[in-house]
Design a protein around this ligand. Structure first.
Ligand SMILES: [Zn+2]
Length: 170
């Protein structure tokens, strides 16, 4: 039987891995293929939501707006990008923390290691000694010492190699 490519292996084992994607291209790939499995803790840039949080569901929004013509919700409040701004609570944390409890391999791609609560995910895992933690990115994150493995370089080049290593070890 032919061995799966690293990419195929990743998607076959997606639910076993817990990956923080900061690399936009990868995030897009995840969104397309595994939309139900991805927690968009920082929201979705191409959606708009009600700034008054009136309960209307976010909508896909690919438009550009002039400042004098901003869209409004049916409740008359301004619509805003459905993203988490600094100082706001990230979305779906109620899904994230149980997944961290089950996580056995944690792969962070391209994070600064500064922004909370995401920067603390690896320290939670380190305290529990339950998961192998891997970082891939162009520069060393602030919390680099908490990762078991740190690979510096282009994620597009390194992630397939990391996935191939994980596939061989599985
Ligand atoms: Zn509204």
């Amino acid at each position: 039987m032919r061995s799966p490519t690293p990419r195929t292996w990743f998607w076959l084992n997606f639910k076993k891995l817990w990956t923080v994607f900061f690399v936009r291209r990868m995030w897009t790939v995840c969104t397309r293929r595994q939309a139900h499995s991805v927690s968009h803790i920082h929201g979705k840039l191409f959606e708009s939501c009600c700034s008054a949080e009136c309960g209307v569901a976010p909508v896909v929004d690919l438009e550009s707006y002039a400042s004098q013509n901003l869209p409004r919700c049916g409740c008359s409040a301004l619509m805003r990008p459905n993203v988490c701004w600094f100082g706001e609570q990230p979305y779906e944390l109620e899904r994230v923390y149980p997944e961290l409890e089950r996580c056995t391999t944690f792969l962070a791609i391209g994070t600064s290691g500064f922004v909370q609560p995401v920067a603390s995910f690896v320290s939670l895992l380190k305290q529990r000694q339950q998961a192998r933690t891997i970082y891939v990115g162009l520069t060393e994150p602030a919390n680099a010492t908490l990762f078991d493995h740190v690979y510096l370089g282009s994620a597009s080049a390194l992630v397939p190699q990391v996935l191939e290593t994980l596939r061989r070890e599985s």
